[in-house]
Design a protein around this ligand. Structure first.
Ligand code: DC
Length: 217
């Protein structure tokens, strides 16, 4: 148990539905929310904008140290190109160290903080009060991402999305530092067939139980 407010860790692969779940839960409970993927995306975007290499660890670390968590603009960071660059930047331990420190500070916020990412329950907040691992099979995730992109008015090929997700999954899951794996004490939410409302209700129930337990201590 953490000594600050309630800490909720939500991990899972790209397009699993973890972001929507985290936002809905944060809004319901009045907790702070940090999409930690945006922190890696911000580093990648700053390097891309500066015409700088994505694999210079010292440079990327310096960039990571200057990222302002209060100024993460989803509308410019959400692009596919930035996501791909972010997953390359995210393999570098010095970048992770810098961002994880900022993420841990965020997790202290009261009355509670919900962080979503790949390594929240395992590395960033191993003592989180509640942990979820949100997943869905590859075909469902690709279809979701496809509909999201087509819905925003951009033409895209479903096969290409499937390949991109598979490449991203492999890079995120096989890297040496903080790979994407469920924490042993995480509650698994498979959204392949479960709709977002059912996942929300299940997660809400678990958080309420954790809050009641924390109050009793
Ligand atoms: O969730 P996302 O697509 O915004 O994440 C972008 C990349 O950032 C993802 O490919 C892996 C990396 N990432 C990470 O390594 N650890 C996190 N806690 C969050 C994201």
């Amino acid at each position: 148990m953490s000594s600050g407010g309630i800490v909720v860790a939500i991990d899972g692969p790209a397009a699993s539905g973890k972001g929507t779940l985290a936002r809905n839960l944060a809004s319901h409970f009045g907790f702070h929310h940090l999409d930690t993927g945006l922190t890696y995306r911000a580093v990648a975007k700053a390097l891309l904008d500066g015409g700088l290499p994505l694999d210079d660890e010292a440079l990327a670390e310096q960039t990571a140290c200057s990222i302002d968590l209060s100024n993460l603009d989803r509308s410019v960071l959400a692009t596919h190109h930035v996501g791909e660059a972010a997953s390359k930047v995210a393999v570098m331990p010095a970048v992770r160290r810098a961002l994880v420190e900022a993420q841990r500070n965020f997790a202290q916020r009261r009355p509670g903080a919900i962080l979503d990412g790949r390594d929240i329950g395992t590395v960033v907040c191993p003592d989180a009060d509640v942990k979820f691992f949100v997943t869905a099979n590859a075909a469902v995730r690709a279809r979701r991402r496809y509909e999201e992109i087509v819905g925003s008015g951009t033409a895209v090929d479903l096969g290409e999305i499937e390949e991109d997700l598979a490449r991203r999954d492999a890079r995120d899951s096989l890297r040496a530092d903080s790979p994407l794996i469920p924490a042993t004490d995480a509650h698994l939410l498979d959204t392949s067939e479960m709709d977002i409302e059912t996942a929300f209700l299940e997660a809400k129930r678990r958080i309420e139980t954790a809050m009641a337990e924390k109050d009793g201590n």
